[in-house]
Design a protein around this ligand. Sequence first.
Ligand code: NDP
Length: 334
Amino acid sequence: SKAWTLHQHFQGFPKASDFHLREETLPQPRDGQVLLEAVFLSVDPYMRPYSQTMMKEGDVMIGSQVAKVIQSYNPSFPVGCHVVSDCGWRSHWVCDGAELTPVLPDWPQDIPLSLALGAIGMPGLTALYGLEEVCEIKKGETLLVNAAAGAVGSVVGQIAKIKGCRVVGCAGTDTKVSYLKQLGFDQVFNYKTVTSLEESLREAAPHGYDCYFENVGGKFSSVVMPQMREYGRIAVCGSISMYNDTTPQTGILSTPQTGPYVHTYMIFKQLRMEGFLCARWKHKHQQSLRRLMAWMTEGKLRCNEHITSGFNNMPAAFMGMLQGDNIGKAVVKV
Ligand code: NDP
């Protein structure tokens, strides 16, 4: 069995030498236990801030995978079945069923199992909860989502379209912009090549934004804040533009008129801004996954995947995702 560990804490953007591939000898599974073999592993942005605050050097990298049961002493998980496991960047693992989630029963044959790590998994759920529970988005409203071509963002925009909203998205390459237009986004722009982010946002929605699904943070959100409409809602999902920072970003909203942060806009526009973690609605996960799957089988939800081959390429896949190589969900196929 192989496992990737955090060799040393990241300083700024991760580098290959921050990771270490170690061989492990696993115990024989006992009664109630199963032996798992990884099939697809997820690389996600949260791993970057999580490693900084929650992990020690030498710990196995945190993460989810779709795994196949290859030995079983647990009748709930027979040999050959697929599960989602949070055992980290490991090729194999021995555990009992309590730590495992079976993939949805009746998973359609023509839908790749890797989507259990994407649109029909945690990122899809994050998109759904951010829109419904946090933004409480309503038909006819205008939504802004950034990192829009990624795992979460691409689902956010499509669900908002299903709900009859106007969707503005931005992403970091022209290929991503075309992809989002194909998905049905109303206005899309490349935030890296526009001359003025502020003007592009205003052109895309001259009347402003009712909802802002925030994946990027930093300077980007500073620019959005003045363009929120009265009673707007901001779902603070992530802040990927800040995860690798070693010094504070400059250009963040701070003027004598607005004060140092967001207060002026929050007050006078009566905005609601709420951070959230997908796991808050764990009790709804099963029914929510079914809703996502239904949209997918009806052709209303599409999800590209950026697949890297080989367990040995986990660090490269992770770093690639952080720098924007992926269109849709970044996964590793063993
Ligand atoms: P993505 O698939 O969107 O991959 C990350 C993307 O972020 C890249 O492709 C890149 O796209 C973009 N990006 C990277 N650096 C920057 C930057 N400096 N400025 C703007 N965009 C950048 O990842 P996910 O969909 O998995 O995650 C999206 C966000 O959601 C993250 O912030 C993540 O932490 C958060 N999240 C939160 C959860 C929660 O429960 N709260 C759960 C899951 C995710 P581009 O080419 O467009 O720059």
